[in-house]
Ligand binder design. Structure first.
Ligand code: FMN
Length: 191
């Protein structure tokens, strides 16, 4: 049984919807257990995130998929607080050889989302994790199209101002990423 954890922050719910799609995509791969781990502001005191139970869930996973809104061209402060707290795992290289992947959501079509994914990639590399990209061509640039924002290093999603639901193409891309990571995790954990 391969375990895939999706750790994410979401203020207004869009990244949460994507996280659910990622987990559904992962859970659709036979033999996969997918779990959502949400970063919440209540776990941050004095700028420091603390949630040992959440960290334990991530340490028990074979793959960790990181998700965050893009804020000011990078990941959110809440994601950063979590990443800094996870440095206690890094000291022991506790996540070494786990698979890693990422998704981000923002208002702008670009919104400088690439910087967010690259920063999450660097964090994963510091942990000695193995990165899984989207691996999916651009279907088109319409709202229903997979990989409509033309990103290969993870999933980029975008929602217009005032729009509650995420675009169907972004949701499909998120599910594809989850399924790809789960498929890779099944191979990775094969005895
Ligand atoms: C502090 C802040 C900074 C933001 N910076 C950007 C940005 O650099 N690029 C962008 O496209 N959208 C930006 N946005 C819009 C967010 O990306 C958008 O609100 C977020 O993705 C919504 O996700 P959520 O519903 O999961 O909270 C910013 C929003 C906030 C609150």
């Amino acid at each position: 049984m391969a375990k895939v954890a999706v750790v994410y922050f979401s203020a207004q719910g869009h990244t949460h919807l994507l996280a659910e799609a990622v987990a559904e995509g992962a859970a659709g791969v036979p033999g996969t257990q997918a779990e959502l781990v949400r970063i919440v502001g209540e776990d941050i005191t004095g700028g420091r995130w603390k949630n040992p139970e959440a960290l334990a869930k991530l340490s028990a996973a074979d793959a960790i998929i990181f998700g965050t809104p893009t804020y000011m061209g990078g990941y959110s402060a809440q994601m950063k607080a979590f990443i800094d707290a996870a440095s206690e795992v890094w000291f022991k290289l506790g996540w070494k050889d786990k698979l890693a992947a990422a998704f981000t959501h923002s208002l702008g079509l670009s919104g400088d989302k690439l910087n967010t994914l690259q920063s999450l990639w660097i964090n994963a590399m510091q942990h000695g994790m193995v990165w899984v990209g989207l691996g999916e061509p651009v279907e088109g640039t319409g709202p229903d199209n997979v990989n409509r924002l033309s990103c290969y290093s993870g999933v980029m999603a975008q929602t217009d101002w005032g729009q509650e639901a995420v675009n169907p193409g972004d949701k499909k891309s998120a599910a594809i990423l989850g399924a790809r990571v789960a498929t890779a995790a099944a191979r990775w954990t094969k005895a």
